[in-house]
Design a protein around this ligand. Structure first.
Ligand code: FCB
Length: 453
């Protein structure tokens, strides 16, 4: 594109996002307990190169410099996650003073820099002892999460005004307990479904705890939502496959949070594997929210039959540009997703925020203080343009967080995939803003999409 886009609405939030295990390092410091990712990353064959988050970006020690960098990049908000095992090393103990003090320092430093802290309570690092006692499928884990949410919001609620309970419960449940790709690495659909319910219930129990400690705060949840398209819209079977995928991925989480119960077609499809829902769960999960966080990376195109396990569909994406994750670059997916959310769930959740969007590319090493990453700029510009179009179409979208501030530990891919707008040299821990970071800083300042340099 050669022209600047239309301005975003006044007050639009420009941010960047990270997660504790992916950047903090300092895994053994200040009494931090062991999480399921410490265990999983040490399990042979689970993570490329056996990489762990032990050191990661060493953000635990370098946060003052990282916050200074955010400020240079004109970020108005920073979405980070809190490591549960720093706060409660076993998941059940009283709050650890040293753990809480780290987030005090981080939050104070952000506020001094004029950057709004957006805290995610759970971005996948469950204390290992809770997993040993049954993990997310066990109801006790949900009760423990509510206690943890209370502890953290009691401490930070005077300064943190934006709270996200869970990041992407689909991933925690299905990648973690069914597909075995993420911690804890289980492969049981029934357990995954029970985990999804445990996570949603945990979310629902946490919401009132946060509200009690932070009455003037905004509370939401972040879902990874994937628009599903039939490969051939004329084929009934492909349309049904897309609807099933939508049920599996999107409606399974959106509907209960919106107070509509689990989607009946999916409950029927899962049959005996469907989760056990006890009296009171439905209302707990439907706790009113102030916003919905939307993470979007790529769409899915579905065809009838074959393929992926018990769901009876096959993903068959069209040819097109792909990122280093092999994910299709499809900005219209974000537009369609936001329009659909506005249409089907608009009054229910309040405003929407894109809490993650971005791309991994095989960036060149820094030359001096530059890292040219034109593909990432195009990716971000295309998706911001999609946001702009959704807003013009009437969707109440109030902010956007680029994933990620820094190159970091990309879960099962270890350090091999770089999502940062800032390059991390893992040997020296030197940070180098990529061209995309400089571009994004200008976009944030101008409150509109700008052409690359
Ligand atoms: C999301 C995760 C985030 C990061 C990106 C690439 O699913 O929330 O931690 O790994 O994908």
């Amino acid at each position: 594109m050669t022209d600047a886009g239309a301005p975003f609405p006044d007050g639009f939030v420009w941010g960047a996002a990270t997660a504790a295990y992916q950047i903090e390092g300092a895994a053994q410091e200040d009494g931090r307990g062991i999480s399921i990712w410490d265990t999983f990353s040490r399990t042979p064959g689970k993570v490329i190169n056996g990489d762990t988050g032990d050191v990661a970006c060493d953000h635990y020690h370098r946060y003052p410099d990282d916050v200074a960098l955010m400020r240079e990049l004109n970020l108005g908000a920073y979405r980070f996650s809190i490591a549960w095992p720093r706060i409660q090393p076993t998941g059940r103990t009283a709050g650890s003073e040293r753990g809480l003090a780290f987030y005090d320092r981080l939050v104070d430093t952000l506020l001094e820099a004029g950057i709004e802290p957006w805290a995610t309570l759970y971005h996948w690092d469950l204390p290992q002892p809770l997993e040993d006692d049954g993990g997310w499928p066990a109801r006790d884990t949900g009760d423990a999460f509510a206690t943890y949410a209370d502890l953290v919001s009691r401490r930070l609620g005077d300064r943190v005004k934006h709270w996200i309970t869970l990041n992407e419960p689909w991933c925690s449940a299905f990648l973690g307990y069914h597909l075995g790709i993420h911690a804890p690495g289980k492969t049981d659909l029934r357990e995954a479904l029970q985990a999804s319910h445990g996570l949603l219930r945990a979310h629902g129990l946490a919401v009132p705890a946060i509200r009690a400690n932070c009455p003037d705060g905004q509370v939401g949840i972040t879902l990874n939502l994937t628009p599903a398209y039939p490969v051939d819209p004329e084929r009934e079977g492909d349309r049904a496959a897309a609807h099933r995928f939508d049920g599996y991925f999107n409606r399974w989480f959106l509907d209960p949070i919106a107070g509509r119960d689990y989607p009946a077609d999916m409950v029927e499809h899962y049959g005996e594997d469907a989760p056990t829902v006890l009296p009171g769960d439905r209302d707990a999960i439907a706790a009113p929210l102030d916003f919905l966080g939307v993470n979007y990376y790529a769409p899915a195109f579905l065809a009838e039959g074959g393929g992926d396990g018990p769901l009876g569909f096959r993903q068959q994406d069209p040819p097109g540009e792909r990122t280093a994750m092999d994910w299709l670059v499809w900005p219209d997916g974000l537009h369609d997703l936001l329009r659909r959310l506005g249409r089907d769930y608009g009054g229910t959740f309040g405003p929407f925020y894109v809490t993650e969007n971005g791309a991994a590319y095989d960036d060149p090493a820094p030359e001096g203080d530059r890292v040219p990453d034109p593909d990432r700029i195009r990716y971000l510009a295309g998706h911001l343009d999609a946001c702009q179009r959704a807003i013009a179409g009437g969707v109440d979208l109030r902010g956007y967080f680029a994933w990620s501030l820094l190159d970091n530990y990309e879960w099962a891919f270890g350090y091999t995939k770089r999502f940062g707008i800032v390059h991390t040299d893992y040997e020296t821990q030197r940070r180098t803003p990529k061209d995309s970071a400089r571009w994004y800083a200008r976009v944030a300042a101008a409150n509109r999409v700008l052409p690359p340099e």
